[in-house]
Write a protein that binds this ligand. Structure first.
Ligand code: G4P
Length: 531
């Protein structure tokens, strides 16, 4: 099925994303990782927060004005001979459906948690999305250089709120002003936190923290802290079982690292954990069969479409995750949905927005190909086989607006623009059954601003938004056609169609949805829908 070279390429790859609630430290960690991977020369290249420097990946004025990164860029770097594909996601709180969808294209996620704040709302939502593929999760608890909550309390919260069993791999030695570093439970080493006052490299090699009589430990930590950490470690080593790789790969158990991204402590432990435990490229399910990365023939799916990456060329790029085989420059691929073959002569890889033409790529890699308006999110490409990858869904929007035209004569252009933008996954468009309004749905508010800007630039349409009385949406399905018909008759005032004519319930309140769900047990109210 495969040759040795192909197997080696698979073994040396890891594809992952970093997720967090805004401000937990995702960007800082990304920077440090790229620095460790020698992909950037200094921190601050990715995002110049408020400093006037912008990310290399920023592409639209909207991003530049606000100093945020709307787009998802893919960064490839090497760490200890492992080739790492880091799929970056918008970090601002106005993030988008892309953030959710990118999680369907990775094999592992790092979740970053602020040690003072614990599990926050966005973290929970993102972890819910990783459950679609039971993606393995590695946890980094950040900002230990500030006053933090008790580590055990944070782990308890992760277990309860995120339903993930925790296995600490490192353990913090105090926090805030007294932060001394972390103890690596597996390696049995204290890694000291270096700041101006303490630069004690010799502790890096120091073993056997349990021996609190040990003079070096005592000198560094002081008698009280060394006794305290000794007792704490004894306790946690008894409470937490051994790391279980099977449970990790099923997404039910997470190894936990502590550190300070800003203080540069713990990122290398995290990277080492990633290359040790994160799986090499995984199989994916299709409508016909499971496709394995070892297979000889190329397959891949599109999880994101990016417009205007290069304003000079006004082009659109489709981001494709390779599932099996290998991409070689100039190869012929079958676009399964349109049943057309294309020759791909100019696929790109990316580093924070810089395009590099590629000659060869393997499973786990993401390649960008030109899209002249024919490629949709969720599309599958193969070397001839008619199969479609599943598990790259649309997500029920979380915010809604009604879109109106300043000039009613532009209606046709508006519809054309909205169809294309919804195919690209920039926004979702719904047509209520009982009126002529157009309701747009998004995951992040910024998606709305991007749509207005793109309608203006690309379609010469001036549109505005008005509030709409919708706060939740659920796709409607049932095993029974009669139930759907009946439901449609009874609730048409709250029903609409999406751009592929699937029925969707547009609820004005949580209470309304709850009641309707209770009254209609034979109807499924779905949060995701396959493309
Ligand atoms: P995000 O991408 O998850 O939104 O977080 P980001 O890395 O942008 O970090 C948010 C803020 O937290 C930044 O401060 C950053 O410097 C700070 N931070 C990140 N990691 C640590 C850490 O380990 N310790 C401490 N003390 N702070 C950390 P900011 O003031 O918003 O930005 P800046 O002016 O420092 O750039």
């Amino acid at each position: 099925m495969f040759n040795i070279n192909h197997k080696q390429e698979l073994n040396k790859r890891r594809t992952f994303a970093i997720i967090s609630h805004p401000d937990a430290g995702k960007t800082t960690i990304t920077e440090k990782m790229l620095f460790f991977g020698k992909a950037i020369r200094s921190s601050g290249t990715i995002k110049g927060r408020g400093s006037g420097k912008y990310a290399k990946s920023d592409w639209m004025n909207i991003e530049k004005e606000r100093g945020i990164s709307v787009t998802t860029s893919v960064m490839q770097f090497t760490y200890k001979n492992i080739l790492i594909n880091l799929l970056d996601t918008p970090g601002h709180q106005d993030f988008s459906e892309d953030t959710y969808r990118i999680l369907t294209a990775v094999d592992c996620c790092i979740v970053v948690i602020d040690a003072a704040k614990g599990v926050e709302e966005r973290t929970k939502k993102l972890i819910d999305v990783t459950r679609i593929h039971n993606t393995p999760i590695i946890t980094f608890i950040n900002k230990l250089d500030r006053d933090s909550r008790e580590p055990i309390e944070i782990l308890d919260e992760i277990e309860k709120k995120l339903e993930l069993s925790c296995i600490p791999i490192t353990w913090p030695i105090s926090c805030g002003k007294n932060f001394k570093g972390v103890y690596h439970i597996h390696d049995k080493i204290i890694y000291s936190y270096k700041n101006r006052a303490l630069n004690k490299n010799f502790f890096l090699d120091f073993r056997d923290v349990y021996s609190s009589s040990n003079k070096l430990v005592k000198n560094y930590l002081g008698t009280d802290l060394s006794r305290h950490i000794h007792q704490e470690l004894e306790l946690i080593i008894n409470i937490y079982p051994e790391f279980d790789n099977k449970k990790f790969l099923k997404g039910s158990l997470t190894p936990v690292f502590f550190g300070s991204a800003l203080g540069n402590l713990g990122i290398d432990h995290l990277l080492s954990g990633l290359i040790r435990w994160a799986p090499s490229p995984l199989y994916r399910r299709s409508n016909k069969r499971i496709v394995k990365p070892e297979e000889k023939k190329f397959t891949g799916f599109v999880f994101k479409i990016q417009a205007n990456m290069d304003l000079k060329h006004r082009d659109r790029i489709a981001f494709m995750r390779i599932v099996s085989g290998q991409y070689t420059q100039g190869m012929k691929l079958r676009h399964v949905r349109t049943k057309k073959n294309i020759i791909v002569s100019d696929a790109f890889s990316f580093l924070a927005g810089d395009r590099l033409s590629i000659k060869k790529s393997y499973p786990g890699d993401v390649i960008g190909i030109h899209n002249h308006g024919t490629i949709k999110i969720g599309d599958t490409f193969t070397q001839g086989e008619d199969l479609k990858f599943i598990g790259i869904p649309s997500f029920a929007p979380e915010i809604f607006r009604c879109i109106f035209l300043s000039n009613p004569l532009q209606q046709k252009k508006l519809i054309k623009g909205l169809i294309q933008l919804s195919e690209e996954g920039a926004v979702q468009v719904f047509r209520p059954i009982t009126n002529n309004k157009l309701i747009l749905g998004a995951i992040g508010v910024l998606q709305f601003d991007v749509v207005i800007a793109r309608l203006k630039i690309e379609y010469s349409v001036n549109a505005i938004y008005k509030e709409v009385n919708v706060i939740l949406a659920r796709w409607i399905a049932s095993k029974n056609d009669y139930s759907i018909k009946n439901f449609l008759n009874k609730h048409s005032a709250y029903l609409g169609y999406d751009s592929s004519n699937s029925l969707i319930y547009l609820a004005p309140s949580n209470a309304n949805l709850k009641i309707v769900m209770e009254q209609n047990p034979d109807i499924f109210f779905e949060k995701t829908r396959e493309q």
